[in-house]
Write a protein that binds this ligand. Structure first.
Ligand code: BTN
Length: 168
């Protein structure tokens, strides 16, 4: 083996984040995406399942979005340091839509975690003829937001408390 290859092997072994095995990615915690939406994920269970809350900054109708529950599953950490995952957000009270996200967590050489996701949003339509326009697709990138756990989503949503909920 040449000295160049040996140096590369040493680098991969010593530098955290230089390889997928170098740094594990934790989904739990508070995240913000490129649309300023906030997401808080609870501890990931042994079977990969997790729950959380999502506060979107944008909505189809432009009303007052509420904190909405999410449920998901990630690939087992033992098998992949940068796990793939998926979750569903059931928009509560302000929308009849459902969004599913799939993605993967990455960690860069400096330890910065990024969740790269693709989403499908299904809007309720009133007839089969309108089915063709009911689904949107997009991409969101989340980065970890460090702050007091549990407090942020509560305080953001309270600004909507006085708004009436839309008809179901
Ligand atoms: C609705 O408006 O009917 C529900 C809210 C949808 C918000 C979407 S989901 C995909 C995209 N990413 C976000 O953080 N918000 C929007």
């Amino acid at each position: 083996m040449g000295s160049g290859a040996l140096a590369l092997l040493l680098l991969l072994a010593l530098v955290p984040g230089a390889s997928p095995a170098g740094r594990k990615c934790e989904l739990s915690g508070l995240w913000r995406n490129n649309q300023e939406s906030l997401m808080e994920i609870s501890a990931v269970r042994d079977d990969g399942g997790f729950q959380g809350k999502y506060l979107t900054r944008v909505s189809l109708a432009g009303g007052c979005p509420r904190v909405s529950p999410l449920k998901g599953a990630q690939h087992h950490l033992s098998e992949a340091a940068w796990p793939t995952f998926g979750f569903t957000v059931r928009w509560e009270k302000f929308s009849n839509a459902t969004t599913v996200f799939v993605g993967q967590c990455f960690v860069d050489a400096g330890g910065k975690e990024t969740l790269v996701t693709t989403w499908l949003l299904r809007e309720a339509v009133g007839s089969l003829e309108d089915d063709w326009k009911a689904t949107r697709v997009g991409r969101n990138v989340f980065t970890r937001k460090r702050s007091q756990k549990g407090k942020i989503l509560q305080s953001w949503s309270s600004s909507c408390e006085d708004d009436p909920s839309p008809e179901p």
